[in-house]
Design a protein around this ligand. Structure first.
Ligand code: MLT
Length: 405
């Protein structure tokens, strides 16, 4: 008889956003006349920008022509895209990163869950709490954690670093020995940020103890304040301790197109002196056939002058929604953070209500969907996340409904 990977049995229920999707579907089936507004999952609503669509059309035509057809993409991605990424996202910002350190992929979610494969099973991981559930769940699947404790809402063997209003959502350096630290800034779900100096403290710490930081920069395009770094490589010494993930989903609306990249600097080595770059290249070559040519061409167009100006308008559109949510909630008396350098607004639930209770109340009484903070970890209890990725009209309507509660 076959045996399953028992680590999967430790997982709790379904993936957070699938669980919410199911609840909302049930509600809609029972209440077909209600207009539900979705501000739950961080999925974009604006169409792909014209300059990107133009590049897509052009590359689709190339695929239909014998002379310009493309088969398998190079393992690490096409050079045209990797060179453009390095120039725009790193060298223009003074970061010491090179094109052969960029691994193009189909998105940051896959990369941040797959990256743990190149590390030893007994490496100890630390995550912020609340946290994007993928970091924890992928380590559970890999057997790098113990069992789930329903009382604490945590897996044994994982270090949870609480990020709450009390510490301004800034995790404290862990006291125990650690190997892999997941950081996501601008943060999902809290929308908080670290200053360059605060991030430097983490880089210095990781270099001191020999840990690696997995830095998820998926929301970097939403940064509006100068003291917030766009990349961990803006910090001194990050080449020897950090891997960084980027996504085209949130800055350019590629959630349905799939494109991202991961940076693994060649100076990043394990205790035995093995370059993580070569392991990740090996994994990429073996298990992945690359993002489609047409999508990589679309990614290149994101960096063209027209592409840049069009996606900046989209980010501004979503950030206008963020202000509507933030100001609307504040005027209704809620405690609210985030939404300044991130498309997520993080609020306290009223009167200590549990976050799932608040989810149900909001769905039933305002027909608005958000994400319960507890779904992101125990320190997310009594918090709730709303996303700015809706349309402007539906966001305004959602806030009107919430204010009337
Ligand atoms: C979220 O809502 O947290 C994200 O959109 C999910 C994702 O990007 O995978």
């Amino acid at each position: 008889m076959i045996k399953v990977n028992e680590n999967y049995l430790k997982l709790q229920g379904s993936y957070l956003f699938s669980q919410i999707g199911k609840k909302v579907k049930e509600y809609e089936e029972e209440n077909p006349n209600r207009q539900v507004i979705r501000l739950g999952i961080g999925d974009v609503t604006q169409p792909i920008a014209p300059a990107i669509i133009e590049a897509l059309h052009k590359s689709v035509d190339e695929m239909g022509n014998k002379e310009t057809f493309h088969g398998y993409a190079p393992d690490l991605g096409y050079e045209f895209l990797r060179n453009t990424i390095v120039e725009n996202d790193f060298q223009k910002r003074g970061c010491d990163i090179y094109a052969d350190e960029i691994f193009v992929s189909d998105g940051a979610k896959c990369d941040c869950s797959n990256i743990q494969e190149i590390f030893s099973q007994d490496n100890k991981i630390a995550v912020c709490d609340p946290v994007y559930p993928v970091y924890v769940d992928s380590n559970v699947m890999a057997g790098r954690t113990g069992e789930y404790n329903a009382l604490t809402g945590t897996f044994s063997g994982v270090v949870y670093m609480p990020c709450t209003l009390e510490n301004d959502f800034c995790p404290e350096l862990p006291k125990e020995a650690l190997d892999i630290i997941y950081l996501c800034y601008p943060n999902n779900p809290t929308g908080s940020t670290l200053t360059r100096e605060q991030l430097q403290v983490w880089v210095d710490y990781a270099n001191r103890v020999g840990a690696v930081i997995i830095y998820d920069a998926a929301y970097e395009a939403y940064i509006s304040e100068n003291h917030v770094p766009h990349s961990i490589y803006e910090c001194k010494g990050a080449r020897t301790c950090a891997i960084e993930m980027h996504s085209f989903s949130k800055n350019a609306g590629f959630t349905g197109m799939r494109l991202g990249y991961t940076v693994v600097p060649k100076d990043l080595k394990s205790e035995e002196g093995v370059a993580l770059h070569s392991l990740w290249a090996r994994r990429h070559g073996t298990k992945y056939n690359g993002a489609p040519y047409i999508v990589q061409r679309a990614g290149e167009a994101v960096y063209s002058p027209a592409g840049q100006s069009q996606i900046k308008s989209q980010v501004a559109y979503y950030m206008k929604n963020a202000r509507v949510i933030s100001e609307g909630l504040k005027s209704a008396g809620y405690t609210v953070t985030g939404g300044v350098n991130a498309p997520y607004i993080w609020m306290k639930t009223p009167n200590g209500m549990t976050s799932w209770k608040f989810f149900d109340a909001l769905l039933e009484r305002a027909n608005v969907v958000g994400t319960p903070g507890a779904g992101f970890g125990p320190s997310g209890e009594e918090y709730f996340r709303l996303t700015a990725f809706g349309t402007y009209e539906s966001t305004v309507e959602a806030l009107d409904r919430i204010k009337k509660l």
